[in-house]
Ligand binder design. Structure first.
Ligand SMILES: [Mn+2]
Length: 207
């Protein structure tokens, strides 16, 4: 057995010594960290975003996307937050946290009160504005989304837009199981296409 092997014991002792040296090194490092400065504020923001990602992963744990690979649902909310951070250059931790949580109220047992208690009222307000009432029929939900969109605040509009962009890219990448080509085409209306073309043309993104 390893415990009766003098060679193994000396390796174990050396490992323990290294562990002790490492712990001393780490505690020295901690004492040097500027905990009362910006570092702490940033770490609060990073914590908020990571807590939101972890909460979303737990709440969506058993859910899958409708693609053939049955991608875990949480990949969607991570992707929406990534679109905001990378493509829209959003750095506001409240908006990124709300993006990560944007489907928890609509698609899990989470309530807005849960979100407010855990992540604060600012995040909960964004999530409220982007959540549909699932008890209503699909057509009514779609109509209400369009009617309410102009009255959403800027942060909620950003999350909604990133959500739509992610879903359209997903549709383009892989047809969801059980969806006909007609249903896929429903995802993009000719009116919306025309509006987007005009915006792209104004910004010289297309000719
Ligand atoms: Mn979504």
């Amino acid at each position: 057995m390893a415990s009766s092997d003098p060679h193994a014991t000396s390796i174990l002792q050396r490992c323990l010594q290294w562990e002790a040296i490492m712990l001393v090194g780490i505690s020295d490092l901690i004492s040097e960290l500027p905990l009362e400065t910006d570092c702490m504020e940033n770490s609060g923001e990073v914590s908020l975003v990571l807590d939101a990602a972890n909460y979303a992963a737990q709440k969506h744990a058993t859910q899958r996307r409708k693609d053939a690979a049955q991608t875990p649902y949480v990949n969607h909310v991570l992707g929406v937050a990534q679109i905001l951070a990378h493509e829209a250059r959003v750095t506001d931790a409240f908006v990124l946290a709300a993006a990560l949580l944007h489907d928890t109220v609509e698609d899990t047992d989470t309530t807005l009160a849960d979100i407010a208690a855990r992540f604060g009222h600012k995040v909960a307000e964004i999530v409220r504005q982007v959540s549909d009432d699932k008890s209503l029929p699909k057509e009514t939900r779609k109509r209400l989304q369009i009617e309410h969109a102009p009255f959403c605040d800027r942060d909620a509009k950003l999350v909604k837009l990133a959500d739509k962009i992610y879903n359209l890219r997903d549709l383009d990448r892989d047809t969801p199981i059980g969806w006909s080509q007609e249903r896929v085409a429903e995802g993009v209306s000719p009116e919306m296409d025309a509006i987007l073309d005009a915006i792209y043309r104004d910004h010289n993104l297309i000719n």
